[in-house]
Structures are given as structure tokens and as C-alpha cells.
Design a protein around this ligand. Sequence first.
Ligand code: PL4
Length: 398
Amino acid sequence: MKPNPCLENIAPGYLFPEIAKRRNAYQAAHPDVRVISLGVGNTTEPLFGTIADGLVREAKALATADGYSGYQDEGREDLRKGISAAFYGGKFDADEIFISDGAKCDVGRLQLLFGRDVPVAVQDPAYPVYVDGSVLIGAGGAYVDGQGYAGITYLPCTPEGDFFPDLTKVRPGSLLYICSPNNPTGYVMTRAQLETLVSFANHNGCIILFDAAYAEFIRDAALPKTIFDIAGAETCAIEINSFSKPAGFTGVRLGWTVVPFGLAYDGGGSVNKAWSRVTATIFNGASNVAQAGGLAALSPEGLKEIRALTDYYLENAKRIKQTLEARGIWTIGGDNSPYIWARFPGRTSWDVFDELLNEYHIVTTPGSGFGPAGESFVRFSAFGHHADVEEACARLAK
Ligand code: PL4
């Protein structure tokens, strides 16, 4: 038996396990050093009461005749309605919202809707799953070290270009991956930028896969939290979102995807119906315990807990950003997102990563791991205990 040919194209090694490998090797060689991680974006703080109670109640109910439930393939209707009410002003029907086991999993599945021949364009830098997921379905072409995949259109989003892609590079009929607040840059697209994107997509037959996993970190009221704040988005966008970062569900696993009824293929076929067919075939629903936790997170008390948790990480972000800037390092992000993107001109990202690990015992994420335009940048994650972030900042200040 031969491997799937797509596997021959994929870059050797996924970014985050590679970082973990280097960290573990360093720790093994220096057992007395306390390494602090500002690397992977993994939540660290315990769940608050209302959300935790929602999980516990459901788990206990499963042990009772009345409370037991089995498959919930499509996701609880009250959860889908609750998401529409809490995050979209109630404008979506429950059947336009699909419950998932997390944003990453749906990013990986969504391209089944479009197949291997669709042109793919991604922001560069970007969360690696967009390109790797495309490659796995055969849409990426071969990997060229330092340049990325030959079959994918990389759209540099740099400080010089206001972190907005050059849309003239996007072929009509493309799938366009956009993430805002952005991972890794922490940049949040303005309303005007999103309007330009939506207008471009509608005029050029493109579909935007909009990853809003960090929307609840936005504090500036002028910045849209969802692409569906923009008129016309319902005919050109799918939004992916998650309870992972706002509610601390990275391990619990729960997310959602909005596929509007108004989104159509060329020729008029419903993308919503197609997604319903795909998920019914290859997904058996999110955990019923996780869904109960998600429902609790949408209660008035739960939404306050989301605010408090995201505030906690934003305090870390502010502290890291101030520390780096006090050292004269250029940064962006961290105000409305949990990531700070720091620039080290003339150096490679892995070189800076190694220095931060060896000299400061701090794990970061090298910018080049997010795409060619990430070279010379390093991402600092604000997910961590306050005390650890304080210590990391004290080390960085020296
Ligand atoms: C490490 C833009 C983190 N093993 O938890 P999910 O599946 O709902 O959300 C994953 C996700 C989706 N969209 C964006 C993200 O940034 C993430 C999580 N990214 C990071 O450090 O960049 C965790 C990465 C994890 C992974 O591979 O996803």
C-alpha cells in the first residue's frame, strides 16, 4: 500500500510539536533551569464557577435515567440559538450554526466543501492549519523550504502594508483564509478593511473562511468581532469560532461554524446544505458535556466569566508588550488579542527563538513557522499564569 500522495507534499513536522521537542531537549539538558512558556497558545487558568457547574451538572445527569443522552450529532438547538443570540444579535437561524469539537477540527474539514482544485489564498503569516489542511486535501502543491507551498497564494500581511493583503494577487473563485484578531500578529482588521475584503470576495466569486477564534479579546468597540458585522458577508463568508480561548475550553473541546443560508456555489447550490451533508457523514457531534458547558458560558454569568478570563490574559499581554517595547523592540498586537508579534530585523526567527530559550529560558514561537512573511519575527503568547509572565518579563527586562 502506498501513502496518500498529499502526504508526500506536506512539510516535515507540524510547528507546535517541533517547538515542544526543542523545549524538552533543552529542559533535559538543563534540568535545574525553570523554563517558562510564552509559546503555544494554550489556556492555563481554571474554569470559573458557572461554566464549570454546567459541565458537572451534565456529567452527573448522564448517570440518571432522565438526564442521559447519546449522540447529539447536529449540536443542541438551544446552544445553536444561544450562540446566534450572544454573538450575532440573533440574526442567524439555528440551522446556520454548526457545533464542532473546536475551530481547528472544522478548519481541517471545511475544505472538503471545495475540493482539491480550488485556488487557495492565505494571509502570510497565518495559523499553519490553513495551509497544511489545504495540502492534505491535495490543494497545496509541493513544499519549498523557506517559501511555503508552490500551489498556495501567500498574501504577505506586514507592518508596511497595514497587515492587509494585496488582493490583486487573489485569483477569482479562490478560497481566502482570513483570521482576525490574527494569529500570530495580534492585528485586528478594521471595519474598512473588512468591508474591502467582503466587497472583493462578492465581486470575484471568492469565499472567505474567517477564523474569529480570538474575537472575545477585542476591547476596542470600533473593531468588528465578526465578519457578519459587514454588509454582504452572508453571501461570501463562513465563520469559524471556538470556546477554547474565551472560556478556557482548549481541553474540553467545543466550537462552532456559521454557514449562512445565503452562501451559494457557482450555479446556486447551497453551501449550507453541503456542509450539513459533510458533517453528517464524517462527524458525530461534540461531547454533550462540552455542549452543556458551552450553554452555561452563554448565560449572563457565563459571559461575565468569559470577560474576566480574557481580561486576565490581556493583562499578561500588556505586561509583555510593555517589557519588549521598553527594550526598544518593535511590537504589534496584545491590545485586542492574546498575541504579541515582535520584530528582530536582520535575524532569523529560529535564531531569536534559540536565544530566548538559551539565555532567558523562555519559549516563544518563531514567526517563520507561520509563513515566509513571518521571518525575523517572534510571537509571544499571553496565555500563562500572572506570576510566570511576571518572571518572564523580569528576565526579558535584564
Ligand atoms: C496548538 C486562529 C494555538 N495544538 O482549540 P480550537 O481547535 O478551537 O482552536 C484552535 C485554533 C483555531 N484557530 C486559530 C488558532 O490560533 C487556534 C489555536 N492556536 C496557537 O498557539 O497558535 C494553539 C496551537 C494546537 C494547534 O495545533 O492548534
